[in-house]
Design a protein around this ligand. Sequence first.
Ligand SMILES: Nc1ccn([C@@H]2O[C@H](COP(=O)(O)OP(=O)(O)OP(=O)(O)O)[C@@H](O)[C@H]2O)c(=O)n1
Ligand SMILES: C[C@](O)(CO)[C@H](O)COP(=O)(O)O
Length: 237
Amino acid sequence: MNYEVVIPAAGQGKRMNAGKNKQFIELEGKPVIAHTLSVFEADPSCTGIILVINEAERDEFMDMIERYSFSKIKKMAGGGAERQESVYNGLKHASEPIVFIHDGARPFIEYPILQELAAAAEREGAATLAVPVKDTIKRVEQGEVLETVERSSLWAVQTPQAFRLSEILHAHEDAELHHYQGTDDASLIERLDKKVQVITGSYANLKLTTPEDLLIADAILKQRKGEKLHDTNRTGI
Ligand SMILES: Nc1ccn([C@@H]2O[C@H](COP(=O)(O)OP(=O)(O)OP(=O)(O)O)[C@@H](O)[C@H]2O)c(=O)n1
Ligand SMILES: C[C@](O)(CO)[C@H](O)COP(=O)(O)O
């Protein structure tokens, strides 16, 4: 099933504290955003990529696109002050009935799960990847525990999230109208009392947020490289 993807990459990476947009941090010599784009570039069902960027970084993005010969980027939209605004700016350029939204800062998404997500979005209207939380979660105020939240139904939500285009556009329009700020796009659908299907993702699909995430990122890449080498040796290719 075909889809387009909106990739917000217009953040500042404040928590990463790298002195630049974290999209341009290199992992094994390749910028984070190039790792992310490569997955969608390689997926035949992805018909177009809408990349959302800071205008001030346009030249840097253009150089990266040329260097890796990405051919599916149909639009580079300008980012907004918050992620939600950046995504909405990108969505306005989408045209496929199914659209994915995926953080530029999640470079480890893997190809096989994308079809499952697209099918769920077509069937249910909205779908997200998520994983069960591993830690005990407590509600805390002013350094004091208020309660321990029952963990069995808590999931950590990831991207991609997939939607019928008409529905997510309407949800963003309505959120803007009512000044609602969510931390993901699925929550904009939820506030309209519509269903969001959960597809179990992978703990490796982490969002690079703080410096220690880069250590995990290196380990994931090394492990994947090792796996590829192992496959190549087995098949003799
Ligand atoms: N105004 C914004 C804010 C975020 N993003 C993008 O949304 C994704 C997830 O956001 P986050 O991890 O919070 O990234 P930053 O906003 O860059 O990080 P920070 O909050 O630490 O500054 C990232 O790919 C980021 O580039 C965006 O396009 N526009
Ligand atoms: C959308 C998201 O990736 C879901 O986990 C996440 O909420 C975006 O990151 P932010 O730090 O809230 O901008």
